[in-house]
Design a protein around this ligand. Structure first.
Ligand SMILES: NC(=O)c1ccc[n+]([C@@H]2O[C@H](COP(=O)([O-])OP(=O)(O)OC[C@H]3O[C@@H](n4cnc5c(N)ncnc54)[C@H](OP(=O)(O)O)[C@@H]3O)[C@@H](O)[C@H]2O)c1
Length: 395
Protein backbone atom coordinates (compact mmCIF):
# COMPACT_ATOMS: atom_id res chain seq x y z
CA UNK A 1 0.00 0.00 0.00
CA UNK A 2 1.46 3.39 -0.88
CA UNK A 3 1.44 6.38 1.48
CA UNK A 4 -1.08 7.98 -0.89
CA UNK A 5 -3.60 5.30 0.06
CA UNK A 6 -3.56 6.32 3.72
CA UNK A 7 -3.70 10.04 2.90
CA UNK A 8 -7.51 10.17 2.87
CA UNK A 9 -7.89 8.89 6.43
CA UNK A 10 -9.51 11.19 9.02
CA UNK A 11 -6.33 11.65 11.11
CA UNK A 12 -2.65 12.18 10.34
CA UNK A 13 -1.74 11.07 13.84
CA UNK A 14 -3.52 9.28 16.70
CA UNK A 15 -2.00 9.06 20.18
CA UNK A 16 -3.26 5.89 21.94
CA UNK A 17 -2.86 5.72 25.74
CA UNK A 18 -3.13 9.51 25.81
CA UNK A 19 -4.53 9.48 29.37
CA UNK A 20 -1.54 7.69 30.97
CA UNK A 21 1.47 9.40 32.55
CA UNK A 22 3.67 9.71 29.44
CA UNK A 23 0.56 9.82 27.24
CA UNK A 24 -0.60 13.08 28.83
CA UNK A 25 2.86 14.65 28.57
CA UNK A 26 2.97 13.66 24.90
CA UNK A 27 -0.52 15.03 24.27
CA UNK A 28 0.48 18.32 25.94
CA UNK A 29 3.61 18.48 23.79
CA UNK A 30 1.59 17.87 20.62
CA UNK A 31 -1.02 20.45 21.60
CA UNK A 32 1.77 23.01 22.04
CA UNK A 33 3.95 22.07 19.03
CA UNK A 34 1.93 20.32 16.31
CA UNK A 35 1.75 22.50 13.21
CA UNK A 36 -1.54 24.11 12.29
CA UNK A 37 -3.44 21.84 9.99
CA UNK A 38 -2.22 18.58 11.53
CA UNK A 39 -5.27 16.38 11.96
CA UNK A 40 -4.68 14.54 15.22
CA UNK A 41 -6.62 12.74 17.91
CA UNK A 42 -6.19 11.34 21.39
CA UNK A 43 -7.32 7.74 21.99
CA UNK A 44 -7.80 5.57 25.06
CA UNK A 45 -10.14 3.17 26.80
CA UNK A 46 -12.04 5.73 28.91
CA UNK A 47 -14.22 8.27 27.11
CA UNK A 48 -14.61 10.24 30.34
CA UNK A 49 -10.84 10.58 30.84
CA UNK A 50 -10.31 11.45 27.17
CA UNK A 51 -12.94 14.17 27.37
CA UNK A 52 -11.31 15.71 30.45
CA UNK A 53 -7.91 15.62 28.77
CA UNK A 54 -9.24 17.16 25.57
CA UNK A 55 -10.95 19.95 27.53
CA UNK A 56 -7.66 20.68 29.29
CA UNK A 57 -5.71 20.68 26.01
CA UNK A 58 -8.13 22.82 24.07
CA UNK A 59 -9.53 25.03 26.85
CA UNK A 60 -12.89 23.25 26.39
CA UNK A 61 -13.31 24.90 22.97
CA UNK A 62 -16.79 24.32 21.45
CA UNK A 63 -15.27 22.85 18.24
CA UNK A 64 -12.02 21.28 19.51
CA UNK A 65 -9.21 20.77 16.99
CA UNK A 66 -8.19 17.54 18.73
CA UNK A 67 -10.24 14.44 17.85
CA UNK A 68 -11.11 11.62 20.24
CA UNK A 69 -11.29 7.85 19.69
CA UNK A 70 -12.25 5.18 22.21
CA UNK A 71 -10.43 1.84 21.88
CA UNK A 72 -9.45 -0.96 24.24
CA UNK A 73 -6.69 -3.53 23.77
CA UNK A 74 -9.11 -6.26 24.85
CA UNK A 75 -11.30 -5.41 21.81
CA UNK A 76 -9.33 -6.14 18.59
CA UNK A 77 -12.13 -4.62 16.47
CA UNK A 78 -11.62 -1.25 18.19
CA UNK A 79 -7.88 -1.43 17.40
CA UNK A 80 -8.55 -2.22 13.73
CA UNK A 81 -10.84 0.78 13.61
CA UNK A 82 -8.16 2.94 15.26
CA UNK A 83 -5.51 1.78 12.75
CA UNK A 84 -7.88 2.41 9.85
CA UNK A 85 -8.59 5.99 10.97
CA UNK A 86 -4.98 7.19 11.06
CA UNK A 87 -1.86 7.49 8.93
CA UNK A 88 0.32 7.19 12.06
CA UNK A 89 -0.53 5.60 15.42
CA UNK A 90 1.68 6.30 18.46
CA UNK A 91 0.95 4.14 21.51
CA UNK A 92 1.98 4.36 25.16
CA UNK A 93 -0.15 1.39 26.22
CA UNK A 94 2.34 -0.83 28.02
CA UNK A 95 3.71 -3.15 29.30
CA UNK A 96 3.75 -3.89 25.59
CA UNK A 97 4.42 -7.59 25.88
CA UNK A 98 1.09 -7.79 27.72
CA UNK A 99 -0.97 -5.21 25.81
CA UNK A 100 0.81 -4.38 22.58
CA UNK A 101 0.59 -7.12 19.96
CA UNK A 102 -2.95 -6.63 18.60
CA UNK A 103 -2.32 -2.97 17.73
CA UNK A 104 0.90 -3.78 15.88
CA UNK A 105 -1.04 -6.44 13.95
CA UNK A 106 -3.81 -3.96 13.09
CA UNK A 107 -1.31 -1.31 11.91
CA UNK A 108 0.75 -3.79 9.87
CA UNK A 109 -2.46 -4.96 8.19
CA UNK A 110 -3.83 -1.49 7.48
CA UNK A 111 -0.53 -0.03 6.19
CA UNK A 112 -0.53 2.40 9.12
CA UNK A 113 2.77 3.67 10.50
CA UNK A 114 3.21 2.62 14.14
CA UNK A 115 5.48 3.79 16.94
CA UNK A 116 5.78 3.00 20.63
CA UNK A 117 7.84 3.45 23.79
CA UNK A 118 8.75 -0.13 24.46
CA UNK A 119 12.05 -1.07 26.05
CA UNK A 120 11.06 -4.76 26.02
CA UNK A 121 13.32 -6.81 23.68
CA UNK A 122 10.94 -9.78 23.86
CA UNK A 123 8.10 -7.67 22.46
CA UNK A 124 10.27 -6.29 19.66
CA UNK A 125 11.39 -9.80 18.67
CA UNK A 126 7.84 -11.20 18.77
CA UNK A 127 6.41 -8.42 16.63
CA UNK A 128 9.25 -8.89 14.13
CA UNK A 129 8.40 -12.58 13.76
CA UNK A 130 4.64 -11.99 13.60
CA UNK A 131 4.20 -8.72 11.72
CA UNK A 132 7.32 -7.60 9.84
CA UNK A 133 6.44 -9.48 6.63
CA UNK A 134 2.86 -8.13 6.55
CA UNK A 135 4.06 -4.58 7.22
CA UNK A 136 6.50 -4.82 4.30
CA UNK A 137 3.58 -5.85 2.07
CA UNK A 138 1.38 -2.94 3.14
CA UNK A 139 4.17 -0.35 3.48
CA UNK A 140 3.68 0.21 7.23
CA UNK A 141 6.71 1.34 9.22
CA UNK A 142 6.81 -0.30 12.65
CA UNK A 143 9.15 1.73 14.84
CA UNK A 144 9.63 0.55 18.43
CA UNK A 145 11.56 2.22 21.25
CA UNK A 146 10.91 5.87 20.37
CA UNK A 147 11.57 7.28 23.86
CA UNK A 148 14.71 7.47 25.98
CA UNK A 149 14.84 3.77 25.07
CA UNK A 150 16.42 4.00 22.46
CA UNK A 151 16.39 7.34 20.58
CA UNK A 152 19.49 9.01 22.10
CA UNK A 153 21.49 5.81 21.75
CA UNK A 154 20.35 4.82 18.27
CA UNK A 155 20.56 8.34 16.83
CA UNK A 156 23.69 9.12 18.89
CA UNK A 157 25.55 6.21 17.31
CA UNK A 158 24.20 7.17 13.87
CA UNK A 159 25.41 10.75 14.43
CA UNK A 160 28.84 9.50 15.63
CA UNK A 161 29.27 7.14 12.67
CA UNK A 162 28.63 10.06 10.32
CA UNK A 163 31.63 11.90 11.80
CA UNK A 164 33.91 8.97 10.87
CA UNK A 165 35.36 7.88 7.49
CA UNK A 166 33.28 5.72 5.15
CA UNK A 167 34.04 2.16 4.08
CA UNK A 168 36.35 1.24 6.98
CA UNK A 169 35.89 -0.83 10.18
CA UNK A 170 34.35 1.33 12.94
CA UNK A 171 33.91 0.91 16.68
CA UNK A 172 31.73 3.00 18.97
CA UNK A 173 31.33 2.87 22.77
CA UNK A 174 28.34 4.60 24.40
CA UNK A 175 28.38 5.79 28.05
CA UNK A 176 25.01 6.67 29.59
CA UNK A 177 24.65 8.91 32.67
CA UNK A 178 21.25 9.87 34.06
CA UNK A 179 19.92 11.64 37.09
CA UNK A 180 16.20 10.84 37.22
CA UNK A 181 13.42 8.71 38.66
CA UNK A 182 10.62 6.64 37.07
CA UNK A 183 6.83 6.12 36.80
CA UNK A 184 4.50 3.27 37.72
CA UNK A 185 4.17 2.23 34.07
CA UNK A 186 7.94 2.00 33.60
CA UNK A 187 8.38 0.16 36.89
CA UNK A 188 5.69 -2.38 35.89
CA UNK A 189 7.36 -2.91 32.50
CA UNK A 190 10.80 -3.38 34.07
CA UNK A 191 9.55 -5.83 36.70
CA UNK A 192 7.69 -7.79 34.01
CA UNK A 193 10.89 -7.95 31.95
CA UNK A 194 13.00 -9.21 34.83
CA UNK A 195 10.49 -12.03 35.41
CA UNK A 196 10.50 -13.20 31.77
CA UNK A 197 14.11 -14.27 31.15
CA UNK A 198 13.21 -17.58 29.49
CA UNK A 199 10.49 -16.09 27.24
CA UNK A 200 12.88 -13.31 26.26
CA UNK A 201 15.57 -15.78 25.16
CA UNK A 202 13.01 -17.90 23.26
CA UNK A 203 11.76 -14.84 21.35
CA UNK A 204 15.35 -13.89 20.42
CA UNK A 205 16.00 -17.41 19.08
CA UNK A 206 12.76 -17.34 17.08
CA UNK A 207 13.71 -13.98 15.58
CA UNK A 208 17.15 -15.26 14.52
CA UNK A 209 15.40 -18.11 12.69
CA UNK A 210 13.39 -15.60 10.61
CA UNK A 211 15.93 -12.84 10.10
CA UNK A 212 18.01 -12.81 6.92
CA UNK A 213 21.77 -13.20 7.47
CA UNK A 214 24.00 -10.20 6.89
CA UNK A 215 26.19 -10.91 3.87
CA UNK A 216 29.57 -9.28 3.22
CA UNK A 217 29.58 -7.13 6.37
CA UNK A 218 29.92 -7.78 10.10
CA UNK A 219 28.06 -6.12 12.99
CA UNK A 220 28.84 -6.97 16.62
CA UNK A 221 27.41 -5.68 19.91
CA UNK A 222 29.45 -7.50 22.58
CA UNK A 223 28.45 -6.97 26.21
CA UNK A 224 31.85 -5.63 27.28
CA UNK A 225 33.27 -5.91 30.80
CA UNK A 226 33.14 -3.48 33.73
CA UNK A 227 36.16 -1.18 33.60
CA UNK A 228 37.38 2.29 34.39
CA UNK A 229 36.94 4.19 31.11
CA UNK A 230 39.64 6.86 31.09
CA UNK A 231 38.19 8.47 27.94
CA UNK A 232 35.08 9.58 29.89
CA UNK A 233 36.60 9.59 33.39
CA UNK A 234 34.03 7.16 34.84
CA UNK A 235 33.41 3.54 35.74
CA UNK A 236 31.74 1.80 32.79
CA UNK A 237 29.21 -0.95 33.56
CA UNK A 238 27.74 -3.05 30.72
CA UNK A 239 24.10 -2.00 30.22
CA UNK A 240 22.02 -4.94 28.95
CA UNK A 241 19.03 -2.85 27.77
CA UNK A 242 17.25 -2.95 24.42
CA UNK A 243 19.46 -0.07 23.20
CA UNK A 244 22.41 -2.10 21.92
CA UNK A 245 19.99 -4.37 20.03
CA UNK A 246 18.42 -1.36 18.34
CA UNK A 247 21.86 -0.01 17.42
CA UNK A 248 22.78 -3.44 16.00
CA UNK A 249 19.70 -3.42 13.76
CA UNK A 250 20.48 0.06 12.48
CA UNK A 251 24.08 -0.99 11.77
CA UNK A 252 22.90 -4.07 9.89
CA UNK A 253 20.46 -2.07 7.78
CA UNK A 254 22.74 0.87 6.90
CA UNK A 255 25.95 0.35 4.88
CA UNK A 256 27.26 3.68 6.27
CA UNK A 257 28.22 1.80 9.47
CA UNK A 258 31.00 0.16 7.42
CA UNK A 259 32.18 -3.38 6.66
CA UNK A 260 32.97 -4.30 10.27
CA UNK A 261 31.10 -2.43 13.02
CA UNK A 262 31.20 -2.87 16.80
CA UNK A 263 29.13 -1.15 19.48
CA UNK A 264 29.38 -1.52 23.27
CA UNK A 265 26.80 0.04 25.60
CA UNK A 266 27.67 1.12 29.16
CA UNK A 267 26.30 2.98 32.15
CA UNK A 268 28.91 5.53 33.26
CA UNK A 269 29.24 6.09 37.00
CA UNK A 270 31.81 8.42 38.56
CA UNK A 271 32.26 6.75 41.95
CA UNK A 272 33.01 3.06 42.43
CA UNK A 273 30.73 2.60 45.51
CA UNK A 274 27.79 3.98 43.48
CA UNK A 275 28.61 1.53 40.67
CA UNK A 276 28.74 -1.42 43.07
CA UNK A 277 25.55 -0.28 44.84
CA UNK A 278 23.72 0.11 41.51
CA UNK A 279 24.66 -3.40 40.38
CA UNK A 280 23.55 -4.84 43.76
CA UNK A 281 20.19 -2.99 43.63
CA UNK A 282 19.40 -4.20 40.10
CA UNK A 283 20.46 -7.74 41.09
CA UNK A 284 18.10 -7.65 44.09
CA UNK A 285 15.23 -6.39 41.90
CA UNK A 286 15.84 -9.11 39.30
CA UNK A 287 15.87 -11.75 42.07
CA UNK A 288 12.66 -10.39 43.66
CA UNK A 289 10.91 -10.30 40.28
CA UNK A 290 11.28 -14.10 40.02
CA UNK A 291 9.03 -14.63 43.09
CA UNK A 292 5.37 -13.74 42.34
CA UNK A 293 4.38 -12.49 45.86
CA UNK A 294 7.52 -10.27 46.04
CA UNK A 295 6.81 -9.01 42.52
CA UNK A 296 3.22 -8.12 43.48
CA UNK A 297 4.38 -6.27 46.61
CA UNK A 298 6.92 -4.30 44.59
CA UNK A 299 4.33 -3.44 41.89
CA UNK A 300 1.95 -2.11 44.54
CA UNK A 301 4.57 0.46 45.66
CA UNK A 302 4.18 2.47 42.45
CA UNK A 303 0.81 2.22 40.69
CA UNK A 304 0.28 2.72 36.93
CA UNK A 305 -0.54 6.33 36.09
CA UNK A 306 1.82 7.69 38.80
CA UNK A 307 5.18 9.28 38.10
CA UNK A 308 7.71 11.90 39.18
CA UNK A 309 6.43 15.43 39.87
CA UNK A 310 7.12 18.35 37.52
CA UNK A 311 9.63 19.72 40.11
CA UNK A 312 11.51 16.43 40.28
CA UNK A 313 11.51 16.16 36.48
CA UNK A 314 12.83 19.70 36.16
CA UNK A 315 15.94 18.65 38.16
CA UNK A 316 16.52 15.51 36.05
CA UNK A 317 18.95 15.22 33.13
CA UNK A 318 20.76 12.76 30.90
CA UNK A 319 23.99 12.63 28.94
CA UNK A 320 25.13 9.90 26.57
CA UNK A 321 28.75 10.24 25.54
CA UNK A 322 30.11 8.30 22.58
CA UNK A 323 33.68 7.48 21.63
CA UNK A 324 33.96 6.45 17.96
CA UNK A 325 37.03 5.24 16.18
CA UNK A 326 37.98 4.10 12.66
CA UNK A 327 40.12 4.86 9.63
CA UNK A 328 42.71 6.66 11.77
CA UNK A 329 40.17 9.08 13.28
CA UNK A 330 38.74 9.30 16.79
CA UNK A 331 35.64 11.31 17.66
CA UNK A 332 33.95 12.21 20.95
CA UNK A 333 30.25 13.10 20.73
CA UNK A 334 27.40 13.68 23.15
CA UNK A 335 23.61 13.55 23.15
CA UNK A 336 22.11 15.37 26.15
CA UNK A 337 18.91 16.78 27.53
CA UNK A 338 16.57 17.14 30.50
CA UNK A 339 14.42 14.56 32.26
CA UNK A 340 15.06 11.40 30.23
CA UNK A 341 12.17 9.15 31.28
CA UNK A 342 9.25 11.55 30.84
CA UNK A 343 9.68 15.12 29.59
CA UNK A 344 12.31 14.22 27.02
CA UNK A 345 10.68 10.87 26.26
CA UNK A 346 7.40 12.66 25.50
CA UNK A 347 9.32 15.12 23.29
CA UNK A 348 11.21 12.37 21.42
CA UNK A 349 8.02 10.36 21.00
CA UNK A 350 5.95 13.29 19.76
CA UNK A 351 8.69 14.50 17.41
CA UNK A 352 9.16 10.97 16.02
CA UNK A 353 5.40 10.75 15.42
CA UNK A 354 5.39 14.15 13.67
CA UNK A 355 8.45 13.12 11.67
CA UNK A 356 6.70 9.96 10.39
CA UNK A 357 3.53 11.91 9.66
CA UNK A 358 5.04 14.97 7.96
CA UNK A 359 8.65 14.59 6.78
CA UNK A 360 10.14 13.28 3.53
CA UNK A 361 11.85 10.07 4.67
CA UNK A 362 13.62 7.04 3.15
CA UNK A 363 11.23 4.56 1.47
CA UNK A 364 11.38 1.79 4.06
CA UNK A 365 8.75 -0.55 5.50
CA UNK A 366 8.44 -3.31 8.10
CA UNK A 367 10.10 -3.25 11.51
CA UNK A 368 12.67 -0.45 11.35
CA UNK A 369 14.68 1.57 13.87
CA UNK A 370 14.56 5.32 14.43
CA UNK A 371 17.93 5.70 12.65
CA UNK A 372 16.74 3.74 9.62
CA UNK A 373 13.26 5.25 9.36
CA UNK A 374 14.03 8.85 10.32
CA UNK A 375 17.81 9.43 10.82
CA UNK A 376 18.80 13.03 10.03
CA UNK A 377 15.22 14.32 9.92
CA UNK A 378 14.59 13.27 13.51
CA UNK A 379 17.98 14.57 14.71
CA UNK A 380 17.12 17.97 13.22
CA UNK A 381 13.71 17.96 14.90
CA UNK A 382 15.19 17.01 18.28
CA UNK A 383 17.92 19.64 18.03
CA UNK A 384 15.30 22.27 17.27
CA UNK A 385 13.37 21.02 20.31
CA UNK A 386 16.39 21.48 22.61
CA UNK A 387 18.06 18.05 22.72
CA UNK A 388 21.81 18.37 22.21
CA UNK A 389 23.68 16.42 19.50
CA UNK A 390 27.26 17.70 19.45
CA UNK A 391 30.80 16.75 18.50
CA UNK A 392 32.88 17.38 21.62
CA UNK A 393 36.31 16.66 20.09
CA UNK A 394 38.02 14.89 17.21
CA UNK A 395 41.53 13.47 16.88
N1 LIG B 1 11.18 4.34 26.33
C1 LIG B 1 11.20 4.98 27.47
O1 LIG B 1 12.18 5.54 27.81
C2 LIG B 1 9.97 5.02 28.31
C3 LIG B 1 9.80 6.06 29.21
C4 LIG B 1 8.62 6.10 29.95
C5 LIG B 1 7.66 5.09 29.81
N2 LIG B 1 7.91 4.08 28.93
C6 LIG B 1 6.93 3.01 28.74
O2 LIG B 1 5.71 3.59 28.30
C7 LIG B 1 4.61 2.85 28.79
C8 LIG B 1 3.65 3.80 29.47
O3 LIG B 1 4.24 4.33 30.64
P1 LIG B 1 3.38 5.26 31.62
O4 LIG B 1 4.27 5.59 32.76
O5 LIG B 1 2.73 6.34 30.86
O6 LIG B 1 2.26 4.18 32.07
P2 LIG B 1 0.75 4.44 32.56
O7 LIG B 1 0.65 5.78 33.19
O8 LIG B 1 0.41 3.24 33.34
O9 LIG B 1 -0.10 4.50 31.19
C9 LIG B 1 -0.52 3.35 30.52
C10 LIG B 1 -1.61 3.72 29.54
O10 LIG B 1 -2.14 2.48 29.03
C11 LIG B 1 -3.54 2.57 29.06
N3 LIG B 1 -4.17 1.25 29.12
C12 LIG B 1 -4.01 0.29 30.05
N4 LIG B 1 -4.78 -0.77 29.76
C13 LIG B 1 -5.45 -0.46 28.62
C14 LIG B 1 -6.42 -1.13 27.82
N5 LIG B 1 -6.90 -2.33 28.15
N6 LIG B 1 -6.87 -0.53 26.69
C15 LIG B 1 -6.42 0.71 26.35
N7 LIG B 1 -5.53 1.39 27.07
C16 LIG B 1 -5.06 0.82 28.20
C17 LIG B 1 -3.86 3.39 30.29
O11 LIG B 1 -5.18 3.88 30.18
P3 LIG B 1 -5.94 4.62 31.43
O12 LIG B 1 -5.41 6.03 31.42
O13 LIG B 1 -7.36 4.52 31.06
O14 LIG B 1 -5.56 3.86 32.68
C18 LIG B 1 -2.79 4.47 30.15
O15 LIG B 1 -3.23 5.46 29.24
C19 LIG B 1 5.20 1.77 29.71
O16 LIG B 1 5.27 0.56 29.01
C20 LIG B 1 6.58 2.29 30.03
O17 LIG B 1 7.50 1.26 30.30
C21 LIG B 1 9.04 4.04 28.18
Amino acid sequence: MSRLKTAGRPYDLVLFGATGFVGELTAEYLAAHAPDGLRWAIAGRSEEKLRRLRDRLTGAAPAPKVGMLVADVSDPGSLRELAGHARVVATTVGPYVRYGDALVAACADAGTDYLDLTGEPEFVDLTYVRHDARARETGARLVHACGFDSVPHDLGVYFTVRQLPEGVPLSVDGFVTVSATFSGGTFASALGQFARGRALRAAAVERRRHEPRLVGRRVLTPTGAPRFAGEVGAWALPLPTVDAQVVRRSAKALDRYGPDFRYRHYAAVRRLPVAVGGVAAVGALVAAAQVPPARRRLSARLAPGQGPSAERRARSWFSVRFVGEGGGRKVFTEVSGGDPGYDETAKMFAEAALCLALDALPPVAGQVTTAVAMGDALIERLRAAGIGFRVAATR
